[in-house]
Design a protein around this ligand. Structure first.
Ligand SMILES: Cc1ncc(COP(=O)(O)O)c(C=O)c1O
Length: 411
């Protein structure tokens, strides 16, 4: 590499270190069938730890059902053999798309290599198709949605997060005949709050706007069949595009949209992020399909998760920790300082064998650094008690009383 290039890269990385934003990832080896346990390959050898921040929210990626189905998928080979343009549609992928369409009550679905790609490719394609469209984007939207909107050079306006009065004010400011599109998420993954979907679809109807909802943190977890928050709130019909991932509650990998057939066909036909990349291989499609089918008829994972989430939230609050209020399965334990957040996470891992990735800027605003905890059906009460005890020990060790001030304020 030329010296000048290396110097620039070194400087950029030094910036991140200076700002306490340099990302460290633990080296983990998950143990099939034993979620949430994993082997941590740390400095002092290998040690068993408990994962508290996995987005395999229900442990489906470790389930026998999913692993067996993936083994079946392997009978069709390791890879997909190329893009769908070149290699055709695998039967497994078509079955998966039919299942996803049915899950969301839509005419069609289209699978991408990730949820990120699904958002980026679909939004950039749809928006560039819709001449003169104005995009109304929630301020909390994920980077993948922002990227898709930006790449279409959209005329966009950002409404304050979940603020329906602001959204309506902005919608009303445009001529009624102008094409409009509202882009939002169901569950916001850092704060764990949920969009007022009923109000959004009512506004969309009133102002004749297209709706695009990212259900990445909702699919599998909400609704009688795991169809997401839209299913739980009974508004799936009124949302034009439901986007999701196969990599979180479903436990595998990949992303998708579900929508009217014509909309899926447009993205299939024009979306570069769909066309010019290798298709998801059957092994992943089979695993995702088995997981979705299971979660459509089984409530037990969702119910157990809900119970453990409530249990952890009340334990933390009872001990005086500051937990963001939110109705979802995400438990944001607020720290408010990047260095402290990292120090707590480090000690939890090194001394207590508990892995929680610290969440710092730019993922969340400076001053709202946090530990994002995602308890699931396999985190039992004893694990929750142990986590609480470990947090109290770490806070005492670090003399970090400021994060316990809430106890004194609230009594
Ligand atoms: C809201 C949201 N949308 C999209 C994505 C991307 O999904 P995937 O991880 O499948 O690429 C994420 C990922 O973390 C997300 O949080």
């Amino acid at each position: 590499m030329p010296e000048w290039a290396k110097r620039i890269f070194d400087d950029r990385l030094a910036d991140l270190h200076r700002q306490q934003r340099y990302r460290h990832f633990a080296e983990l080896e998950r143990i099939a069938g034993r979620h949430p346990y994993a082997r941590w390959h740390g400095g002092d050898g290998v040690r068993e730890v408990i994962l508290w921040c996995s987005n395999d929210y229900l442990g489906m990626g470790q389930s026998e059902l999913v692993r067996d189905s993936m083994r079946d998928g392997l009978l069709e080979g390791g890879g997909a053999g190329g893009t769908r343009n070149i290699a055709g549609n695998s039967h497994a992928l078509m079955e998966l798309e039919r299942e996803l369409a049915d899950l969301h009550g839509k005419q069609g679905a289209l699978v991408f290599s990730s949820g990120y790609v699904a958002n980026d490719a679909s939004l950039s394609t749809l928006i560039s198709m819709l001449d003169g469209v104005k995009v109304f984007s929630d301020a909390g939207n994920h980077a993948s949605m922002i990227s898709g909107i930006r790449r279409a050079h959209a005329d966009k306006v950002i409404f304050r997060h979940n603020d329906m009065a602001h959204l309506e004010e902005l919608l009303a400011a445009e001529p009624h005949a102008r094409p409009k599109m509202i882009v939002f998420e169901s569950v916001y993954s850092m704060d764990g709050d949920i969009a007022p979907m009923g109000e959004i679809v009512a506004l969309a109807k009133k102002y004749d706007a297209l709706t695009y909802c990212d259900e990445v943190h909702g699919v599998g977890l909400y609704g009688a069949q795991g169809g997401g928050v839209a299913e739980a709130m009974g508004v799936a019909d009124a949302i034009d595009v439901i986007q999701g991932t196969l990599g979180k509650a479903i436990g595998v990998m990949g992303g998708y949209i579900a929508a009217d057939a014509v909309l899926c066909d447009v993205v299939r036909s024009y979306g570069a992020g769909f066309i010019f990349t290798t298709a998801l291989p059957p092994v992943l499609a089979r695993g995702a399909l088995a997981s979705i089918r299971h979660l459509r008829q089984s409530e037990s994972e969702r119910l157990a998760q809900r119970r453990q989430v409530q249990h952890l939230k009340s334990k933390l609050q009872g001990a005086g920790f500051s937990v963001l209020k939110g109705e979802s399965h995400i438990v944001p334990l607020m720290i408010g300082d990047a260095a402290l957040c990292r120090a707590i996470a480090d000690r939890l891992l090194h001394e207590h064998g508990m892995y929680i990735q610290p969440i710092n800027y730019p993922t969340v605003p400076v001053g709202s650094e946090r530990l994002r905890i995602t308890p699931g059906p396999y985190h039992d009460d004893a694990m929750i008690d142990a986590l609480l005890a470990a947090l109290l020990e770490v806070v005492a060790y670090l003399n970090a009383n400021e994060i316990l001030l809430l106890r004194h304020r609230t009594g």
